[in-house]
Design a protein around this ligand. Structure first.
Ligand code: PLP
Length: 222
């Protein structure tokens, strides 16, 4: 089933868009099936679950952390994580930098922007993010590389609204790219789009989609 789902999904994702297979709450066997179908990029949202899976599964998997990260858990991820999607505060970025320095490893991060209308979703507001970047405070953080932005649209089937939210994130991404070119060396990732809205996200300029249930089926939360 997973292999078949992936075959179908791959046909609707342009080659230049990175697919992150969101395997949270799914078994190692499920991940291996996707791996054997050719997938190498997997996303998890719980630190403990991620570190356990990382130890048991093939070394060439690129693990992305897509959840809400607590500062006290950063140290478990920095030795191996490929990309942290949900950096939603300066404090968290500072902590990632501090832990990564211990491993002499530069960790790629995406800054999460709050684009949804729900109050519950995490992330910087546009204004906060621009203030932070203009402050230049991040320039001393030598062990994090700000690679781009991540956002989650409102949970609604109103496509007009979701499209607008994605468009606003794309515009912010382009603004930052041009204003900070030269200083942000490799600002090239725009992570937006999930199972239900990835087509719309790609239309609006996403180059990284995070897809779980469309590949692995429903998640059963303990
Ligand atoms: C769970 C999750 C996804 C995947 O959601 P699906 O609807 O199953 O595709 C994507 N992004 C984040 C941040 C998630 O937590």
């Amino acid at each position: 089933m997973i292999t078949k789902n992936l075959q179908q999904l791959r046909q609707s994702i342009p080659e230049e868009v990175t697919l992150v297979c969101v395997s949270k709450f799914h078994s190692e066997d499920a991940i291996l099936e996707a791996y054997n179908a050719g997938e190498r990029v997997f996303g998890e949202s719980k630190v403990q679950e991620l570190t356990a899976k990382q130890q048991n599964l093939p070394d060439d998997i690129q693990w992305h952390f897509i959840g809400h990260l607590q500062t006290n858990k950063v140290k478990y991820l920095v030795p191996f994580v490929q990309l942290i999607h949900g950096v939603d505060s300066v404090k968290l970025l500072v902590e990632i930098n501090k832990q990564a320095a211990k491993y002499q490893r530069i960790v790629d991060c995406l800054l999460q922007v709050h684009i949804a209308s729900e109050a519950t979703k995490f992330g910087f507001s546009e204004a906060e993010l621009l203030d932070f970047l203009r402050s230049d405070d991040w320039r001393n953080l030598h062990y994090v590389r700000i690679r781009g932005l991540m956002g989650m649209a409102t949970f609604t089937d109103n496509e007009v609204q979701v499209g607008k939210e994605f468009k606003s994130l794309k515009n912010l991404f382009e603004l930052i790219k041009s204003e900070f070119s030269g200083r942000l060396q490799q600002f090239d990732v725009l992570s937006m789009g999930m199972s239900d809205d990835y087509r719309l996200a790609i239309t609006e300029g996403s180059n990284m989609v995070r897809i779980g249930s469309k590949i692995f089926g429903h998640r059963f939360y303990p």
